[in-house]
Design a protein. Structure first.
Ligand SMILES: [Zn+2]
Length: 202
């Protein structure tokens, strides 16, 4: 369906990079994990009224699972689809782990002043007039956060291979922002953050 659509944007985002873009309804966003095992932290908002934004809990409830894949919707806090996942060659993404921050790296690892997805989100949101109040629980593409039968939560090696991708179709005009995660202290990026590619078609 999207194969013949024009490529509107095609760029590589380096490790620790950030990106934000408004997609019009019907446009698609493909996020490619170029080298594999690279977490991509992601948030999205109604572009016309960003007080309506991604709601992790409702998205999980509607999907009936914490593991989103092709066919699932990415929902706002107003019960509307921001995106539909139309393709997913990886099959394992995270909805509960949230983003890394310098502060949480201090709490967890005792290191100060690290680069982080929270900082990248703030950089990506700033041109759109958004800031700290707008950073909510986020999605992590290609991040593997299994939950054991006893409730144990882990952050383990991602399952994405080089070239794996997710493709999202915008169901309204959507502001999408992402951070190409710089974390080096757990396996979410294979301890080696690498570039990703984003392609917008429409
Ligand atoms: Zn991160």
């Amino acid at each position: 369906m999207t194969g013949q659509d024009a490529i509107l944007l095609d760029l590589t985002i380096p490790a620790d990079g950030h990106w934000g873009h408004v997609l019009r309804q019907g446009q698609t966003l493909r996020i490619v994990d170029l080298e594999g095992r690279q977490a991509v932290d992601f948030l999205c908002y109604n572009a016309l009224d960003p007080t309506e934004r991604y709601n992790a809990a409702d998205t999980m409830k509607y999907a009936g699972t914490i593991f989103l894949t092709a066919g699932h919707g990415i929902y706002s806090d107003m019960g509307r689809r921001l995106f539909t996942i139309v393709a997913d060659t990886c099959g394992r993404h995270d909805t509960i782990g949230g983003c890394c921050s310098a502060e949480s790296n201090w709490v967890r690892y005792g290191v100060d002043g690290t680069p982080s997805c929270r900082q990248n989100f703030l950089k990506a949101l700033a041109p759109f007039g958004l800031g700290k109040r707008d950073v909510v629980a986020n999605l992590n593409w290609f991040m593997n956060v299994p939950v054991g039968p006893d409730g144990t939560m882990g952050i383990v090696d991602g399952l994405s291979e080089p070239g794996d991708y997710v493709e999202l179709r915008a169901e309204m005009d959507v502001l999408a922002v992402l951070s190409n995660c710089p974390q080096t202290r757990n396996p979410c990026n294979g301890f080696n953050p690498t570039p990703i590619r984003v392609i917008v078609r429409g």
